[in-house]
Write a protein that binds this ligand. Structure first.
Ligand code: FES
Ligand code: FE2
Length: 385
């Protein structure tokens, strides 16, 4: 592909001088980083096709036969729980002519390709192929949906398209060290919230770690209750980060509706932390809730956000749980809607002639680090900084 040619990579790299400088000297990245199909193609090859990706919670695939389908930058993927209770992942690509064999989510015993009827079991094996007897040397037993590696971290299901990726534990080592105490495995998914935004996926991801905009854009929701002055921003190798700060529960009155998480009883109500792991997984917690978030490119200027709203499993039995949880979900949607027009305007700026990237604030330290972590990977060079 042309994008890997040295000349094109070099010309993309040349505009990056200012974002590659140390924070106190840096300016934001040029617009094409957020708008060009070439950069997105590099992100697919060098990031999304390399890393372990957080796709689902185990409880979304609780029963044998449960399945979920996705497209990761176009690449179709199906997750299944087979009859033995094992999780599997496959390329959702028929081995006949490539049609997606599984559609949507649901529970099934097998998948029948909707085009010519080839049949696959939950382990991805081809178990039926009509009118194929005369195809010389063709044995369905030798055919299967291409398997992908699956791993589980604290009830979070990860998949990688990369057969040579280091073990999931390696990629997750920092997350485990930082966020084991949030106990996502003691939580259950209350709701998978899915939104689309008219911006590049990195703008949305940066927005989610942007401490600088909270007091202004979100002043009428949680901004007034958030203190960023003493935020502790920790930076990790390979574009990872963690921010510890003070904020409020994400409810209309900014009060916890269930009390503090049992394992965070010793923390103040204002406890807030967040983290990021390449390529696209965010952890966010308050004293009363844990949320995880992934951002998925749908094109250079469009993305999808999946937010996993998690509460302790024991809460689900309490009377009125669903109604209270919904209050959180409505509030989160309201907050994200405050961001919606802003990220759209940001994306617009990435595509116009008059935009000149401006200097960064200290509060944008995490954004600077995470983006440089991605740029290191895209352009395979680490300038001195
Ligand atoms: S493409 Fe699937 S059976 Fe032909
Ligand atoms: Fe925001």
């Amino acid at each position: 592909m042309a994008i890997t040619e040295a000349g094109i990579e070099r010309s993309l790299r040349e505009g990056l001088r200012d974002i590659r400088k140390p924070l106190s000297k840096a300016a934001h990245a040029p617009g094409y980083v957020y708008s060009s199909p070439e950069v997105l193609a590099l992100e697919k090859e060098k990031m999304f096709m390399q890393d372990w990706l957080f796709m689902a919670r185990e409880e979304e695939l609780a029963k044998p036969g449960d399945f979920m389908t996705f497209r990761v930058l176009g690449e179709p993927l199906v997750l299944t729980r087979d009859a033995n209770g094992k999780l599997n992942a496959f390329a959702n690509v028929c081995v006949h002519r490539g049609v997606e064999v599984a559609i949507g989510t649901g529970n099934t015993k097998e998948f029948m390709c909707p085009y010519h009827g080839w049949l696959y079991d939950l382990e991805g094996r081809l178990v039926g192929a009509p009118y194929m007897k005369e195809a010389e040397g063709f044995d369905p037993k030798n055919c299967r949906l291409a398997p992908l590696r699956v791993g589980v971290w604290r009830r979070c299901v990860f998949v990688t398209f990369n057969p040579d990726a280091p073990p999931l534990e390696t990629q997750l080592a920092q997350f485990e060290q930082d966020f084991a105490f949030l106990h996502p495995e003691k939580c259950k998914l209350s709701k998978r919230l899915v939104w689309e935004f008219e911006c590049n996926w990195k703008l949305l991801s940066e927005n989610a770690m942007d401490m600088y905009h909270v007091g202004t854009l979100h002043r009428s929701t949680f901004g007034a209750g958030t203190s960023v002055d003493d935020a502790k921003i920790s930076l990790y190798p390979r574009g990872g980060m963690r921010i510890d700060y003070q904020s409020v529960p994400m409810t209309p009155g900014n009060q916890p509706l269930f009390g503090k998480l049992p394992w965070l009883e010793h923390e103040p109500v204002s406890f807030a932390t967040m983290g990021f792991m390449q390529p696209n997984t965010h952890m966010v917690a308050r004293s009363d809730q844990v949320r995880m978030l992934t951002g998925w490119p749908l094109g250079p200027g469009r993305c999808q956000v999946v937010m996993y709203s998690l509460f302790p499993e024991e809460y689900f039995e309490r009377p009125g749980f669903a109604e209270k949880a919904e209050v959180y979900h409505q509030y989160l949607t309201r907050v994200l809607n405050e961001d919606r027009e802003m990220v759209k305007s940001l994306q617009h700026a990435m595509e116009i002639k008059t935009y000149v990237p401006g200097r960064l604030a200290t509060l944008e330290k995490a954004i600077h680090h995470v983006l440089n972590g991605a740029l290191d990977r895209l352009f395979e060079e680490r300038p001195a900084r």
